[in-house]
Design a protein around this ligand. Structure first.
Ligand SMILES: [Zn+2]
Length: 92
């Protein structure tokens, strides 16, 4: 038997691979709406980020979310994500 594998995803900001549960999922649904997916169950294309506004800023600068989703990400969406990330991480 192999040891249990922890699912790992790469952060779109810093590029580090981390256990999935330590990252937040950002999802783009069929309607093109982009939102945070704290539960990880929303349908659509997903990208992962550390729960940190700094990583969101890096992903934004490198346009990694645009690349993951294949579409433009408006400023207000980044603002929303940032707000939600702050709620997710009360210690920041
Ligand atoms: Zn990161």
């Amino acid at each position: 038997m192999q040891p249990k594998k922890i699912p790992v995803r790469r952060c779109s900001g810093c590029g580090e691979s981390k256990p999935k549960k330590e990252l937040v999922r950002v999802v783009r649904n069929a309607a093109g709406e982009i939102s945070l997916d704290p539960i990880g169950k929303k349908p659509g294309r997903g990208a992962y980020l550390c729960p940190s506004p700094a990583c969101l800023a890096k992903a934004r600068k490198a346009k990694r979310l645009e690349r993951s989703f294949g579409c433009a990400v408006p400023d207000e969406v980044y603002a929303q994500l940032e707000e939600q990330l702050k709620e997710e991480t009360p210690d920041v």
